[in-house]
Design a protein around this ligand. Structure first.
Ligand code: ADP
Ligand code: MG
Length: 472
């Protein structure tokens, strides 16, 4: 490695690196960033090759295995000339100490920042409470959580657990659901609420990834006793994204013992995962079964009302005036998850702030073009056939039948036409879905309908109506 220090890096490169860091922070979240990514330093950039350093070998290997691909991608979006990156070990103390960089290097202990607040607030509390608070995002509270049909069970269970005084309502509480649907938010909300209601309780929140990291570190330093004590002495243990330790046998084993010890002592355990306990592949059967012993609450994908409610609550909190039609549009179109929905709103607002104009439907569509496309609902051929059959009052089976009477043949052609337009299926694929017809038949249908809608007003209206219904 060259002996070049930070002075070998241009201001532009520093700025790019700062942007990459910010993206990493927002993508992976504060906790992950502080544990693994915070101490990556830019060493030098030359000939499309970026050299970066980390203070320990362990951290370096971890970053290479888990984050290198993403880091390279982010570099490339900043600077397309970047071809490759490399991580070296460079112990911290050899560097000229710069403030804020020499603290608890990825040792997995409490991050030193107190969520943007002054560190002396943390110091005023007990060390444990400060450590917990540091892990919790202050925005993720029950007050900021909008309840709808899809999350009401998980929300009610989370509330119950945080209000419990002596008797534990269910143990464990297992919350699961897809990405970006509010699992982490609910767990943090539980943490905040318990700390507020029962300050004497020792609450610990961490991701399964971090649990694993701490465990591995304990093994390396032959200090598993302290590790065990740390976890077994808490009143409430929350482990986020448990699917992470599926397939990681020794961590799983240790987790199992910790889990049992806590549940046996009647201490509350709260787990989240991206799927139900029974579906956790790579997880031992006894573990899966124990995870399901208490209450299993799933969070479903959001519906329109909830999405709109979340958007309304966000703009209310931020005290921003925005046309309600824009919020409705976003709630209709960004259906993937809440994280993307929030991201979309933020982008729209940032854009209007930047150009100094109020948000319009046009600017929203423009700013979010890529996101909108990715969220486009996948329309199936079956759906098209069903809608078309209903519309023309024919039987669904006529979509597949050989009948050639105009009353069924024309609607069938309309369905083929829409299938070609609204799905990415090929002509042969479409043909197969229509009773095994040849691709030339489909091509003929598409042309025929194209021609007809030029002159036939009523047919053209039918097709337009169906298209709009299908596109939702
Ligand atoms: P998960 O852990 O399930 O992947 P998160 O809890 O990180 O999802 O949620 C992603 C983002 O969406 C967070 O910013 C969170 O505050 C927000 N969010 C999710 N559900 C809701 C909700 N019901 N009300 C308000 N914000 C929500
Ligand atoms: Mg999460």
């Amino acid at each position: 490695m060259s002996g070049m220090g930070t002075d070998g890096i241009s201001g532009g490169e520093e700025a790019r690196w700062a942007r990459v860091r910010e993206k990493l922070r927002s993508e992976f979240g504060e906790a992950t960033f502080n544990s693994w990514l915070k101490n990556i330093e830019l060493e030098k950039i030359a000939n499309g090759h970026v050299d970066m350093t980390l203070p320990t070998r362990f951290l370096r290997d971890w970053v290479i295995n888990n984050y290198a691909t993403r880091i390279r991608k982010l570099w490339q979006t900043e600077d397309e000339k970047v071809q490759s990156i490399d991580f070296q070990v460079k112990p911290l103390q050899k560097k000229a100490a710069s403030p804020g960089k020499t603290t608890s290097i990825g040792l997995g202990e409490a991050p030193t920042t107190f969520n943007g607040k002054q560190p002396d607030i943390a110091a005023a509390n007990s060390a444990e409470r400060a450590a917990l608070a540091a892990q919790l995002d202050p925005r993720f509270t029950f007050e900021n959580f909008v309840v709808g049909k899809s999350n009401e069970l998980a929300h009610a269970a989370a509330r119950r657990v945080s209000e419990a005084k002596d008797k534990i309502p269910f143990n464990p509480l297992y919350i699961y659901g897809g990405v970006g649907l509010g699992k982490t938010h609910l767990m943090h909300a539980i943490g905040h609420a318990i700390s507020a209601n029962s300050p004497e309780k020792k609450v610990m929140y961490l991701s399964a990834e971090k649990f694993m990291y701490r465990f591995i570190r304990a093994l390396r330093f032959k200090d598993t006793m302290t590790f065990k004590d740390q976890f077994r002495s808490v009143d409430v243990l929350m482990i986020d994204d448990v699917q992470f330790i599926a397939g990681k046998d020794s961590t799983q084993e240790e987790f199992f013992h910790t889990f049992n010890a806590l549940v046996d002592q009647n201490h509350q355990v709260i787990i989240s995962g991206d799927r139900s306990p029974t579906d956790l592949e790579g997880m031992e059967e006894r573990m899966r079964s124990r995870l399901g012993w208490g209450l299993v609450a799933d969070i479903h994908p959001t519906d329109y009302e909830l999405r709109l409610g979340i958007l309304q609550s966000k703009v209310e909190q931020a005290k921003i005036a925005i046309d309600s039609r824009i919020l409705e549009f976003l709630a209709h179109r960004i259906t993937s998850n809440v994280r993307e929905l929030e991201g979309a709103l933020n982008r729209v607002l940032a854009y209007s702030d930047l150009v100094g104009r109020s948000v319009t439907l046009e600017s929203t569509q423009e700013v979010l073009r890529d996101l909108l496309r990715a969220n486009d609902r996948r329309i199936t051929i079956e759906e098209i056939q069903k809608r078309v059959a209903e519309h023309f009052n024919i039987r669904m089976s006529d979509m597949h039948s050989a009948r050639r009477a105009r009353a069924v043949a024309r609607p069938r052609q309309v369905a083929m036409y829409l299938a070609k337009q609204l799905t990415s299926r090929s002509l042969p694929e479409i043909g197969r879905k229509f009773g095994g017809r040849d691709h030339t038949t489909v091509m003929h249908a598409v042309r025929k309908i194209d021609e007809l809608i030029e002159d036939d007003m009523s047919l053209s209206e039918d097709v337009e109506l169906l298209r709009r219904m299908l596109e939702g």
